[in-house]
Design a protein around this ligand. Sequence first.
Ligand code: MN
Length: 286
Amino acid sequence: MKIALFNDFQLGVVVEDRLYDIGPLVAEGRPFHSCPMVDLIHRYEQVRELLENHLREMPSYSLAEVRLRQPVSRPGKIVAAPVNYLAHKKEMKVENTARGLGFFLKANTSLIGPGDSIVLPASKQGRRFDHELELAVIIGKTAKNVKAKDAFDYIFGYTGLNDVTLRPDEHHEEERCLRKSFDTFTPMGPWIVTQEDIADPQQLDMRLTVNTETRQQVNGKDMICGIAELVEIFSHVMTLEPGDIIATGTPEGVSPIKNGDIVKISIDQIGSFENPVVLEREGRGA
Ligand code: MN
């Protein structure tokens, strides 16, 4: 199932070019969480059949009519893998990967959805900002000390993510968490495709274009630590909770984005979304 948040962060299911408003089907009882998607993930096993049987009776819209939002509006956390593709490891001239480095966290307030602007902060003008194409994994069940062989039991689904980054240079070496946590620095979308609908999530073709130029293109099979291994590594440190997001790392081809660019991410079996890049206007926000 393709599950989206749309308009005022309402829950919808996408079938071809239509979005069905599933709010009336799943709104029973007290919510578990303030994010409607996290709430749905908690209830998914109970409501899945209901959704499948009654979807077509729900009010629906053409996809062109709705505003898609980031499919998790307020996750507990965004856990991100550092260098996780061999060619990108070479490009970044680093020795270690997720096995040695672990992970970093991005602020959950950095999330934006399809069509929203990536705002380059005024305070960092003149610095380099990069796009990072990544597959995002959405956790489905509380996960602690999970073995790689069991990892897929804890995954709800997959979506696309851009891990936008302020690059360090010879004069600046901010912590990675700062460089990646500016507001708008985590575009995500266009929706979550649930685990059961993706035969092999480790073998998805992914592409990122800036304007019309392809900058990153990869298949997930080239990850150094695969999806299951990342769940193992991360869940041995921290409890992963329903709705938490794992950004699985970026392949080679990271390159600068600037004011006026349009960044597009496309992932096979998931979908695509775009974000314009704008400069923050000093003192006023975007
Ligand atoms: Mn990254």
